[in-house]
Design a protein around this ligand. Structure first.
Ligand code: NAD
Length: 330
C-alpha cells in the first residue's frame, strides 16, 4: 500500500488524512474539484498544509489533480496514470441542510461520484477502497448507542446518499471482489473543520460577544469525534493483513453530549458568558447520534484517544490564531 489516491483531499478530513499519509512516507495523489459549497479560500489553506507536509523530511511524493468524481473518464485517466494501491474516498457534497435544499447535488456527487470511484477502482486493479460514510445513515433512533445492526432509516437526502454509496461499496465487494470498507464517521471536529458546523459557528459568535443560534431545544445529542482519531482509523486500514468484505463500521468517540452541553463547554473554554438564541429545529437533522465502536476496535484496533475538552482546546487554539477562518465561518 504505497500509492494512495485520495478524493476530497482539499477538504477538512481529506487534508488531515493527506498530511498524515505523506508524513508516513506514502505517495499521495489528491483529487478535488474545490467545490464552492464553502469558501474555497479555506480549501486552499488546507492544501497549503498538505504541501507543507509533503516538504517534510521522509515524506512521500505529493500530486494535486483538479478533478471531479462525477467525471468517470477523467477519474479513470487519473487512476491509469498514477496506479494507486488504495483509494480513500472522502469527496462528497456534505451538509444535511444543504441536501434538504438541493437533493440532486448529493445524489450526483455522493452516489454517482462514489459509483464512478468504484468502477475505476475495479477496472484499474486497486487493492482496496475506503469509503467515508456517515452516522447520518442511521437517522431515526430505535436504540442508542447505534451499533452496526441498528436499522438504517436516514432522515435527510444526504443520509440517503451516503447509505446508497455504502451499499454500492458492499455490492462491488460481493460481485466484483473489490475489497471495500465504509467508515461511518460521527460528527468530526478539530482544526480546519468545515465552517458550516456548530463548533465554529458557536465559537465565532462567542468570541465576538454575540449570541449563538441553536436550532431546536438544544437537547439533541451528538457523538463528537476528534479529527486525529478519524485519521488514525483510516491509517489502520493500510494494514495488508486486514480482510475487507464491504463492511460498514462506526468510527465515533463512543460518548455523546447535547448541543446545550457543547455550548457550555465552549463558554468555559472561551471564558465568555452569552445566552443562546433558540430557533426552529432544522428539517433533516437527526435527533441523536451515538456510536458503539466495538466493531471498529475488533476489526482495526480503533481506540479514540482525544477527550472533547482536549479536542475543543486544540480547535480553539487554531481558530483564535486564524482570523480568516473566523471571518469565513458561516
Ligand atoms: N465532517 C464530518 O463531521 C463528517 C461526518 C460524517 C461523514 N463525513 C464525510 O467525510 C467526508 C469528508 O467530509 P469533510 O467534512 O472533510 O467535508 P469537506 O466538504 O470539507 O470535504 C469534501 C471535499 O470534497 C470535495 N468535493 C466535493 N465535490 C467533489 C467532486 N464532485 N469531485 C471532487 N471533489 C469534490 C470538496 O471540494 C471538498 O474539498 C465526506 O464524505 C463526508 O460526507 C464527514
Amino acid at each position: 500500500m504505497e500509492r494512495v489516491l485520495l478524493t476530497g483531499g482539499a477538504g477538512f478530513i481529506g487534508s488531515h488524512l493527506a498530511e498524515r499519509l505523506l508524513r508516513g512516507g506514502l505517495d499521495v495523489v489528491v483529487v478535488d474539484n474545490l467545490d464552492p459549497y464553502y469558501d474555497v479560500r479555506l480549501k486552499r489553506k488546507n492544501l497549503m498544509a498538505v504541501e507543507d507536509a509533503a516538504r517534510a523530511d521522509g515524506s512521500g511524493d505529493y500530486t494535486y489533480v483538479d478533478g471531479d468524481v462525477t467525471d468517470l473518464e477523467g477519474l479513470r485517466a487519473i487512476a491509469q496514470k498514477h496506479r494507486p494501491d488504495i483509494i480513500y474516498h472522502e469527496a462528497a457534497q456534505a451538509g444535511v441542510r444543504a441536501s434538504v435544499e438541493d437533493p440532486f447535488k448529493p445524489n450526483r456527487v455522493n452516489v454517482e461520484g462514489t459509483l464512478n470511484v468504484l468502477v475505476v477502482a475495479r477496472d484499474t486493479g486497486v487493492k482496496r477502497l475506503v469509503n467515508a460514510s456517515s452516522s447520518s445513515v442511521y437517522g431515526t433512533v430505535e436504540y442508542l448507542p447505534f451499533d452496526e445492526h441498528h436499522p438504517t432509516k436516514p432522515v435527510s437526502p444526504y443520509g440517503v446518499s451516503k447509505l446508497a454509496a455504502e451499499q454500492y461499496c458492499r455490492v462491488f465487494c460481493e460481485i466484483y471482489g473489490l475489497p471495500t470498507i465504509s467508515l461511518r464517521y460521527f460528527t468530526v471536529y478539530g482544526p480546519r473543520m468545515r465552517p458550516d458546523l456548530a463548533v465554529p459557528r458557536f465559537t465565532k459568535r462567542l468570541l465576538a460577544g454575540q449570541a449563538p443560534v441553536i436550532f431546536g431545544d438544544g437537547e439533541q445529542t451528538r457523538d463528537y469525534t476528534y479529527i486525529a482519531d478519524i485519521v488514525e482509523a483510516n491509517v489502520a486500514l493500510l494494514d495488508p493483513q486486514l480482510e475487507l468484505e464491504g463492511q460498514s463500521i462506526n468510527v465515533g468517540s463512543s460518548s455523546r453530549i447535547s448541543i446545550n452541553q457543547l455550548l457550555d463547554v465552549l463558554l468555559g473554554l472561551t471564558d465568555t458568558e452569552v445566552e443562546a438564541v433558540y430557533q426552529a429545529r432544522a428539517v433533516g437533522d437527526a435527533r441523536d447520534t451515538w456510536a458503539a465502536i466495538d466493531e471498529a476496535e475488533r476489526l482495526i484496533g480503533y481506540t479514540p484517544s482525544t477527550t472533547l475538552e482536549q479536542g475543543l482546546g486544540r480547535f480553539l487554539e487554531w481558530f483564535r490564531g486564524d482570523p480568516e477562518a473566523q471571518e469565513l465561518t458561516l
